[in-house]
Design a protein around this ligand. Structure first.
Ligand code: PLP
Ligand code: COI
Length: 339
């Protein structure tokens, strides 16, 4: 199925690939599971996922290293986060080993869909779990499916590494003590109205503020924030209603241990934004995407790094992380996993 894909010009979209992995949970245990070719899921009309959105997911990428190996990045952390999400929505856990084996099996089976090194594209992997048996009273399902499919993708934002314009959302993404810190489909349904509105107004994304006070920076609909201070520190928001991004955790390590930067993981006030030198988004899909300006009801905050290219420190972080991921810079133990 890889025929005719123009790797260098792929957007972030769904291309059906040949194989996916499926395992089902029933009577308190996961079945053996395996690869299948049917991309469609047939469910009862009353399945828990369809009625009460009982579904959680992950996202990671497989890609070629410079020396020709197919790898993925820190899949153990995706396995751990999937289980944290599942626990919050009363779903069963999947052993980490099984998660990683499923990822490897899907990538191996769809090997010809892993974009060549240097094209900027990668194979995006989407593991997810959903409640499958009929549920009409509000309660958790008893039966679940865990599925992994993959699709080749290019950059999440048009224009790749060009800075984006974002706006402060008029809506909240997560509630205090809610589900903002897990990767559940319901959080993304919540963000659809805001993202459509932002796009209509010419912005690439939303900055969500903390739902309780609207004075602190949280995240976007699909990525965490990083900021660079004028004295070159990395500052990144800490909140229990944002998703603990694996990319952000990795960048914090890279900043401190590879670039010798000071790192502050703390509450970030909205009122501080105007003082930062650089701003960016980070995530599996977003990688590191520079933010050039933030639209607020009191006018725009424009970062000194500008709208033309990634700020110098953001670029260093980006280059180092990508170098580690692609085997050009030595990775910390266990970060880059061969498939
Ligand atoms: N925040 C949200 C809401 C996301 O959906 C994602 C994507 O997974 C991220 C942050 C970035 O997380 P990660 O770096 O683990 O992909
Ligand atoms: C990811 O970065 O993997 C995400 O899940 C973000 C978005 C595509 C939902």
């Amino acid at each position: 199925m890889s025929q005719n894909l123009d790797w260098a010009n792929l957007g972030f979209g769904y291309h059906e690939t040949e194989y996916r992995y499926v395992t089902n949970y029933k009577d308190g245990k996961w079945d053996e599971g395996g690869l299948i070719t049917d991309a469609n899921v047939v469910l009862n009309e009353c399945a828990g996922v369809l009625q009460y959105a009982q579904t959680v997911f992950e996202g990671l990428k497989a890609y070629y290293t410079k020396d020709g190996h197919i790898v993925c990045f820190r899949p153990d952390l995706n396995a751990e986060r999937l289980n944290n999400s599942a626990e919050r929505l009363i779903m069963p856990k999947l052993p980490e080993g099984r998660f990683v084996e499923a990822i490897k099996a899907v990538v191996k089976a769809n090997k010809d869909m892993v974009p060549p090194y240097g094209t900027g594209a990668s194979l995006y992997i989407r593991p997810y779990m959903m409640g499958t048996n009929p549920v009409i009273g509000v309660k958790p399902a008893d039966e679940y499916q865990f599925r992994v499919f993959c699709t080749p993708v290019g950059p999440y934002f048009k224009g790749g590494a060009k800075p984006i314009r974002i706006k402060i959302s008029d809506y909240d993404r997560a509630a205090p003590h809610g589900t903002g810190d897990i990767k559940a489909g319901l959080n993304y349904a919540m963000s659809l109205h805001a993202i459509e509105e932002a796009h209509e107004q010419g912005f690439a994304e939303n900055m969500f503020l903390d739902p309780a006070t609207r004075t602190k920076v949280e995240e976007t609909g699909g990525a965490n924030f990083i900021f660079i201070t004028k004295d070159n520190k990395l500052v990144t928001p800490k909140s229990n209603s944002i998703l603990p991004s694996i990319t952000r955790r990795s960048l914090m390590y890279v900043a401190e241990h590879y670039l010798g930067m000071q790192v502050e993981h703390r509450e970030v006030l909205f009122s501080e934004l105007k003082d930062f030198a650089e701003a960016g988004l980070c995530g599996t899909a977003a990688v590191v995407s520079p933010v050039g300006s933030i639209h607020t009801k009191d006018g725009d905050i424009n970062f000194p790094a500008g709208m033309e290219e990634m700020g110098p420190t953001t670029k260093k972080l980006y280059d180092t992380l990508l170098g580690i991921q692609h085997g050009e810079i030595e990775a910390p133990e266990g970060w880059v996993v061969r498939i």
